[in-house]
Design a protein around this ligand. Structure first.
Ligand SMILES: Cc1cc2nc3c(=O)[nH]c(=O)nc-3n(C[C@H](O)[C@H](O)[C@H](O)COP(=O)(O)O)c2cc1C
Length: 208
């Protein structure tokens, strides 16, 4: 490191420490930035493989030193399907909106339902405030299915929605077919090829 670079680094670090000391909320903002990855488990089907894969992604991120949170669509309020949910004073979705707002990067784990992605995932996206929820953020997509296509079509369909929302999608998208054969007893992916490609996706997404 050149002396001038050292000085710049020192100045930045000193400035950050000073800000933390002067303004405690700055520390909270920096901490929030470290926790910027939100994993959206893309179905509300109880005991889904989607949730298991979401947990697996969270585990691998943690092993790489990255904190993440899972947003489980099982927890969506039932009132979301009511016509009242389109009203301005509808508040049951607020906690989810807060999580989306705090996220800088999102990983969507998406099961194949009737050759596409689940309706509940579209309802979720529709409930999020437009355009700020996803604008200029980054996403990685993971498709899973019990059939042989790994939700290729659903991931394509969802990519179209991401494009519309100005959500930048990592080019490396993962498709895991025959998901019932891919998870071991503790619900972790274990096959060599699957580990190689999911790992690659996660590494690229961290740098994305
Ligand atoms: C409503 C519904 C529709 C489905 N449609 C398909 C399909 O079109 N193709 C396929 O390979 N699997 C299909 N499946 C099976 C899912 O891919 C399978 O359940 C897989 O484990 C991922 O979904 P899960 O996260 O809900 O477990 C469907 C499952 C449900 C519940």
């Amino acid at each position: 490191m050149y002396f001038s670079q050292y000085l710049t680094f020192f100045n930045k670090s000193a400035r950050y420490k000073f800000k933390q000391y002067q303004f405690p909320h700055v520390k909270a903002i920096y901490k929030q930035k470290e926790r910027m990855i939100l994993i959206v488990s893309g179905t509300n089907r109880p005991n889904s493989n989607t949730f298991k894969v979401s947990k697996y992604y969270q585990k691998v991120l943690a092993e790489k030193g990255i904190d993440s949170t899972i947003l489980d669509l099982c927890n969506l309020p039932e009132s979301l399907i009511s016509p009242n949910s389109y009203q301005k004073n509808y508040t049951d979705f607020q906690d989810f909106q807060t999580q989306i707002d705090a996220a800088e990067k999102l990983i969507f784990v998406i099961p194949e339902y009737n050759g596409s992605y689940p309706g509940i995932l579209k309802l979720f996206v529709d409930a999020c405030a437009y355009p700020n929820s996803f604008f200029d953020k980054k996403a990685a997509l993971v498709g899973i299915s019990t059939g042989k296509y790994g939700n290729i079509r659903g991931i394509d369909h969802f990519t179209g929605v991401c494009n519309y929302a100005n959500l930048h999608v990592l080019p490396l998208k993962i498709h895991i077919p025959y998901i019932n054969l891919e998870l071991n007893k503790v619900h972790h992916l274990y096959k060599e090829d699957t580990l190689k490609f999911t790992n690659q996706q996660i590494d690229r997404f961290i740098k994305f």
